[in-house]
Write a protein that binds this ligand. Structure first.
Ligand code: BGC
Length: 764
């Protein structure tokens, strides 16, 4: 309710969500208040100003392009933070300008997009979510933090906690998939990994939950597009990951480029002041996205940069990334009485608080340690961890006639495809300081795994793209050059088995990489068909940053291994799975569609008044006339080399009160022939609520390891926390009535039981 009210009274200058003068109780508060009291308005505004370095750009080129001018501004205390300054030496030099020249010597905070590793690359975040293992997500983030902090960085713009349901949106690669429950758990693990137990620890960095909010719902999957989101979806799908991040103690938030209800998120006092800083009690700071304050003019939501600055500071955006709006206009806005200086004090306080917690006031140079930088980056140990995470991220989508793991009888293997010997794409987009072409390719992984007697026949087949493929250019797909087909066909013909590495170049996904065609681009499908014509024994190794529509390949291939962009050690990790050194256990964090026309497609859809046709081919039901409703591969799906059997699914009661706890138990047995891991998933459905609820909602999961013949009984608890939902007015309710509980190894193949929340029931 509050949200609506706040939106309609936008013009009021909100002071809610402002921390007061600090409670003066802690040493931290005393320090901050003391410093704040010494600062001029100019210096305060300087703290809110963030600049990129001139060495690396992650957005359109900055307007203040003069390096000398930037240096002078730092010395004058007009730059509170920089992004894209990397390296112990570079950060030390830049920090020196602030600390040794500005009047108060306030250190800058250095931020960078450390998304899935700093130099040792881990699988892209979407892939990592497929491991359904918060401990692994924490591990990779902690290693990324270790390496990033050794390069002088204090702060990552991650994790991206946006739930994404639209595979056309290139940034799904940066998130944890389509489900708010899984994404919350993975996001919290990432935050804990980045931040550790103590921000002051030199091997940890501050995290940033982004993009607040709704960015994952950009219309038609087109990046930066407007968002048209119901309140019900906002509360139940979008906000939970952000709330969980706040509860996990995330240090910072980034707001979003998009509008919701036509209002730029960068100006949303309802989101930033009332909800985040007010209701949720967040005490860190909010940074804008790159020039998102300036972009308010493009949105048509501010007449000029001055009005943009006014709206952003009123909305609760504390730091201005690259718009120069605050540094240019806040002073005059205060002088004109349009901005209360208290708003600026609040923003400064929040920024100083995080700097304080990072220990920057004790030693502003402590992260900029050249020795540590030399010794703690890209180590053997980090690469080994990356390989472990990568193999757990792999999802086995198909394995007809148990063609995998590759048997000893296979004496020759053709390794084919544009991605087969690609040492770059596995590094993924948002690759921070990874060195180009340094990943282990599939070919290298296979060659390192096969017995000397096994012949490996490599042929690229075709290039995926032509010309430049890096930021910020679009890729041009190769649609014409088939000159490599002949060698590929030859290699396939003379081999027992084909490993065909196809999918996406890593720069097809990521920021600004939306696509209307999410199939196999360029000549890859033709290459598949050419190979298939001579050898049907094809294992497709998919490398991609989003769910792909591959209906034909899904029918024809013998096996499909979803390897994503797996990071530095990708080739070894894939080989671990192909040769059975690791039994695949990944499960899809996002639904794979049959065709792009089904998108957005997701497992937690709502039923309709006309859910399914009584007979196939009937109209007047909620169906397509030219495609099934069902996906190619559902959320939560992934095969193993062994079989897991689910039995004894039980609920400890069939009726309970709203305050009770329901215990669900199930026994899982490994009745196959190899040891393995299974992700046991628990879903619910509220069968008759005031506001229609999804047909399934994930509410619990556990990844377990079972030896051959072993069984394990698992217990899941369901309480108000899992059984309720947010109504469109933002109120959380648990409604009496019937519920279903489902358990299974994916979101479709489940067993189900029913229970009831009875308003008159008393267990006593
Ligand atoms: C992206 C953010 C990123 C920022 C800084 C923006 O374009 O949307 O996610 O953190 O750039 O690189």
């Amino acid at each position: 309710m509050k949200y609506f009210i706040v939106l309609t009274v936008f013009a009021l200058v909100a002071l809610s969500g402002c921390s007061s003068g600090g409670n003066q109780n802690s040493e931290e508060d005393r320090f901050i208040e003391d410093l704040l009291s010494k600062m001029t308005l100019d210096e305060k505004i300087g703290q809110l100003n963030q600049h990129t370095s001139r060495w690396e750009m992650t957005g359109p080129a900055p307007k203040a392009d003069n390096t000398q001018e930037l240096f002078e501004n730092i010395k004058a205390g007009k730059v509170g933070s920089m992004l894209n300054v990397i390296g112990a030496e570079a950060t030390r030099e830049a920090q020196k300008l602030a600390v040794e020249n500005s009047r108060l010597g306030i250190p800058m905070i250095f931020g960078y997009d450390v998304i899935h590793g700093q130099k040792t690359m881990f699988p892209i975040p979407l892939a990592e979510a497929a491991a359904w293992d918060p401990e692994l997500a924490k591990l990779s983030a902690s290693i990324a933090a270790k390496e990033a902090s050794a390069q002088g960085l204090h702060w990552t713009f991650g994790p991206m906690v946006d739930v994404g349901r639209d595979a056309r949106w290139g940034r799904v690669m940066e998130g944890a998939g389509e489900d708010p429950y899984l994404a919350s758990i993975i996001s919290v693990a990432r935050i804990n990994g980045f931040q550790g137990d103590n921000l002051d620890d030199v091997a940890t960095i501050a995290a940033c939950a982004k993009h607040f909010a709704g960015y994952g719902f950009s219309e038609a999957g087109r990046d930066y597009n407007a968002v048209d989101l119901s309140r019900e979806s906002l509360y139940n799908l979008v906000l939970p990951t952000f709330k969980a991040s706040t509860e996990a103690g995330v240090a910072t938030f980034m707001n979003a480029f998009n509008t919701i209800d036509g209002e730029p998120c960068t100006a949303s006092d309802a989101l930033m002041r009332d909800l985040l800083k007010g209701e949720w009690g967040f005490d860190g700071f909010v940074v804008s996205d790159w020039n998102s304050i300036g972009e308010m003019m493009e949105h048509g939501a501010a007449a000029d940069l001055k009005e943009s600055a006014l709206r952003a500071i009123q909305g609760g955006c504390d730091m201005d990334m690259e718009a120069l709006a605050y540094i240019t206009h806040l002073q005059e806005l205060v002088e004109e009485g349009k901005v209360d200086e208290k708003l600026i004090d609040d923003a400064v306080r929040r920024i100083l608080r995080i700097k304080y917690r990072l220990g920057l006031f004790d030693d502003p140079y402590k992260y900029s340690d050249v020795e540590r930088e030399k010794n703690s980056i890209y180590t053997e140990e980090h690469r080994e961890a990356s390989r472990k995470v990568a193999r757990e991220s792999i999802v086995l989508l198909k394995n007809d006639e148990a063609v995998l793991p590759i048997s000893d009888k296979v004496k020759s293997i053709a390794v084919i495809g544009p991605l087969a010997d690609d040492k770059d794409s596995p590094l993924g987009n948002w690759r921070a300081q990874a060195v180009a072409n340094t990943a282990v390719s599939l070919l290298e992984g296979v060659e390192a795994s096969v017995a000397p007697s096994v012949k490996v026949n490599y042929a690229k087949g075709c290039d995926l793209s032509i010309g430049k493929r890096t930021f910020p250019d679009f890729m041009t797909f190769n649609e014409t050059d088939r000159s490599g087909f002949k060698a590929a066909v030859k290699a396939a013909k003379k081999s027992d088995l084909v490993l065909l590495a196809i999918g996406e170049d890593c720069f097809q996904s990521g920021e600004g990489r939306s696509q209307t065609d999410i199939g196999l681009r360029g000549l890859q499908k033709e290459l598949f068909d050419a190979v298939y014509a001579v050898n049907k024994n094809i294992v497709v190794v998919l490398m991609n940053g989003r769910p792909l529509a591959i209906p034909d390949v899904a029918v024809k291939a013998q096996a499909i291994v979803e390897a994503w962009h797996g990071g530095t050690e990708a080739g070894h990790a894939i080989a671990d799975v192909l040769f059975g050194r690791y039994n695949p256990s990944g499960k899809l964090p996002m639904t794979f569609p049959r065709n792009v026309g089904q998108v957005p497609i997701y497992y937690n859809y709502k039923s309709t008044g006309r859910p399914t046709a009584e007979q196939p081919g009937q109209a007047l039901w909620s169906c397509y006339t030219d495609s099934p409703n069902t996906p190619l591969y559902p959320f939560g799906y992934g095969l193993s080399y062994t079989n897991f059997h689910y039995s004894d699914f039980k609920l400890d009661k069939s009726s309970m009160s709203v305050n009770d706890e329901l215990m669900c138990s199930v026994t899982i047995s490994n009745n196959g022939s190899v040891d393995g891991k299974e992700v046991v998933q628990l879903y619910i459905q509220d069968l008759a609520a005031k506001y229609a609820r999804p047909v399934k909602e994930l509410k619990g999961f556990e990844k377990i390891e079972l030896a051959v013949g072993e069984s394990k009984e698992l217990h899941f608890s369901l309480t108000q926390k899992e059984l309720g939902y947010y109504m469109p007015n933002g109120q959380y309710v648990v409604e009496p009535g019937k519920f279903k509980v489902f358990v299974g190894g994916n979101s479709v193949e489940t067993q189900e039981l029913e229970f009831e929340i009875n308003p008159h029931y008393s267990s006593h």
